[in-house]
Unconditional design. Sequence first.
Length: 196
Amino acid sequence: MTGLRAAIFLDKDGTLLEDVPFNADPSRMRWAPTARAALDMLGALRMPLFVVTNQAGIAQGLLQEADMDVIASELRARFASCGAALAGYYFCPHAPAGEGGPTCACRKPGPGMLVRAAAEHGIALDRSWMVGDILDDIEAGRRAGCRTILVDNGNETQWRLSPERMAHARVPTLEAAARVIVSQCGAEATPSRRTA
């Protein structure tokens, strides 16, 4: 395990961006409240940033997998404008099962996207963070072995609680989540010497 890095995994819709269903138009992509400030803080850490997102619209014919390249490219540019770098964009194209459970290993609350990113980028999941706005994000993070933060902004409406769905921290904004990570990462994430 020596040499593996800690990372930060971010949900996209409702956490990083305002939730615009089935959107692949960059002109309609809007930061969630405080997202820019959060990325400014997270970008100053030596921790890779990943976006992990369920995109059932692909299975439903409302989006194409090629649209994900457009979204990823736009996110990379927007991260860069905040002094951050997007290390990877992972999406699940599958539809949920009838009761909301995953039909595949990758759809959150499954941990598949995080596990894949960790394998491809040399990430230590037990030292990493998963940040999202619903409990499926938290469960995915916990099942992957990450520390978890729930951005409790009103998007979680079902509150089906279990030990796997209990966040390590619960905060009102993404900026507050970033502050938790910055305060707890210690030597795992040394501030970089970014210049303006």
